[in-house]
Ligand binder design. Sequence first.
Ligand code: NAP
Length: 248
Amino acid sequence: MRIDFSDKNVIVTGSSQGIGKQIAKTFGNSNAHVILTDIVEDKLEQTHQEFLDQDYSCSAIPCNVTDKDDVQNLIKTTYKEHGSIDVLINNAGITRDGLLMRMKEEAWDSVLETNLKGAFLTTRAAIRYFLKQRSGSIVNISSVVGITGNAGQSNYSASKAGLIGFSKSVAQELAPRNINVNLVAPGFIKTKMTEELPEDIKEKYLDNIPLKYFGDPEDVANAVLFLASPLARYITGQVIKVDGGMVM
Ligand code: NAP
């Protein structure tokens, strides 16, 4: 079966750059209408224009996922303008790394707010429509550190582990209505988020990756596309690691 998202509307949060942008492209390449959304309007508009220039079917709605009103507007506008919401990808995420001893409360709160509460707000708003339609797919972007933990990332790891518990619970709530909820847990993927890390840390990560190279955003996007597609109709509440074998 070919993966084809013709007539499907797909929302990807944090899709101006990095993994989210690639996820949006991958759905666009499978004929989806993609709703691009991100917190910074200029950057979003730039990506939107780039997508339009490449003939993707897409729209753009600015949304800070930690803001309830923004989220309501994103979901309502999508439904009003397109008549359905078929897939929600919770990708927006931030890091504020540091050892716990020195971690400011703000660093804890902002990471939990964006990475975990953001997914709660968008999911809660979208499932109103999913339940009515009796269909829909949600894919949440966690991280392997949500499974293993990572020194210097207690806030980020907690948010990504929380996302796994959240998704598994929601998967159980929504399964009777034919709605799948799954997660992708990337390892080390080449994006802005990781390019700022010092070389010695990157070398340390590479030592622990059996495939001996860092992943590309496409590697994550392909797994997301599969999980949101009819090929994965019998998969729900699962975490797929995309990490070159780092965590087995
Ligand atoms: P990225 O390049 O920083 O992209 C994340 C996007 O989300 C940015 O455009 C960011 O905007 C946006 N964003 C931040 N806060 C937001 C908010 N409150 N509302 C809406 N959008 C917001 O990161 P990435 O590497 O592509 O990561 C994407 C996802 O994969 C994240 O959830 C991340 O935790 C996860 N992940 C990444 C890796 C990796 O190796 N890169 C590994 C595991 C998991 P600003 O830049 O303006 O803040």
